[in-house]
Design a protein around this ligand. Sequence first.
Ligand code: SF4
Ligand code: F3S
Length: 107
Amino acid sequence: MTFVVTENCIKCKFTDCVDVCPVDCFHEGPNFLVINPDECIDCTLCEPECPANAIFSEDEVPDDQTQFIALNAELAKLWPIITEVKAPVDDADDWNGKPGKIEFLQK
Ligand code: SF4
Ligand code: F3S
């Protein structure tokens, strides 16, 4: 089992989640974070920290977001670990909740 970052993180990337992870399993891309499923210990701490409600337990990922399970595993291998909170981009709040953000995912 692992936790998974889903679509609403894209272009929001608030990074509150990285502050609570005890095993540093978040990896950072240009406008999205992912969780390394091989490192996540299922502690649940990150889920309530995300202002965009983008983090789900693997077995609770919404049906229209299941592609993000594989995307987290794939991109965690490519992107560097992030362990410290960063200021979000200026328009992060404007993107929170917008549908169809997958098309803006930068790899
Ligand atoms: Fe890290 Fe725990 Fe979240 Fe897994 S569930 S990503 S170990 S904070
Ligand atoms: Fe993304 Fe939420 Fe973390 S928006 S960076 S999963 S706090």
